[in-house]
Design a protein around this ligand. Structure first.
Ligand SMILES: Cc1cc2nc3c(=O)[nH]c(=O)nc-3n(C[C@H](O)[C@H](O)[C@H](O)COP(=O)(O)O)c2cc1C
Length: 146
């Protein structure tokens, strides 16, 4: 069991957000492997109310950067009126090397059995944190987090 957990954690720990991708031809088989995992996602009453549109056309990909995705992109992908595009996921090799962002420790985010007020923040404290601290930790490399 521990080795299965470690294998999973290897994937979980090394996941990082990328915002720019190097040009690359993604093999169809790789996309299908990702979709193969996606189809096992849970859904209410197992209704599986999703449909994935794999966009490979460069022009369509460029258009997807637009703000009003429902208006501009849905017609491009022949999406029916009654369906909405709810997310766009990008895949590919990162343009620049990724780096792991700092993550909170368990004792900062977990209580057992009942809520531990030690880490609770008031609205005022949260607003103050957003104003004075968020920008310092937002994109910080894991090795530079105190
Ligand atoms: C709900 C949600 C909204 C996000 N919105 C944005 C966004 O608008 N712009 C952006 O550049 N990144 C966005 N991100 C990515 C986060 O900035 C990123 O997950 C965070 O900095 C932690 O980095 P990591 O994913 O590499 O661990 C979002 C992530 C989530 C989960």
């Amino acid at each position: 069991m521990t080795s299965r957990y470690e294998s999973l954690m290897d994937v979980v720990r090394s996941r990082m957000t990328n915002r720019a991708f190097a040009p690359a031809e993604i093999p169809r088989a790789h996309v299908e492997m990702i979709l193969g995992a996606a189809r096992h996602a849970p859904s209410g009453a197992n209704a599986q109310p999703w449909h994935f549109i794999v966009v490979t056309d460069e022009g369509a990909k460029a258009a997807i950067g637009q703000d009003d995705i429902q208006k501009q992109v849905k017609p491009l992908l022949s999406g029916p009126d009654e369906l909405s595009i709810i997310d766009v996921m990008c895949f590919g090799p990162p343009l620049k090397p990724s780096y792991k962002r700092g993550k909170k420790w368990l004792d900062q985010i977990v209580s057992w059995d009942r809520f531990d007020p030690a880490n609770a923040m008031t609205d005022a404290q949260i607003n103050e944190w957003v104003k004075t601290t968020r920008h310092k930790v937002m994109y910080r490399d894991e090795s530079r987090v105190d």
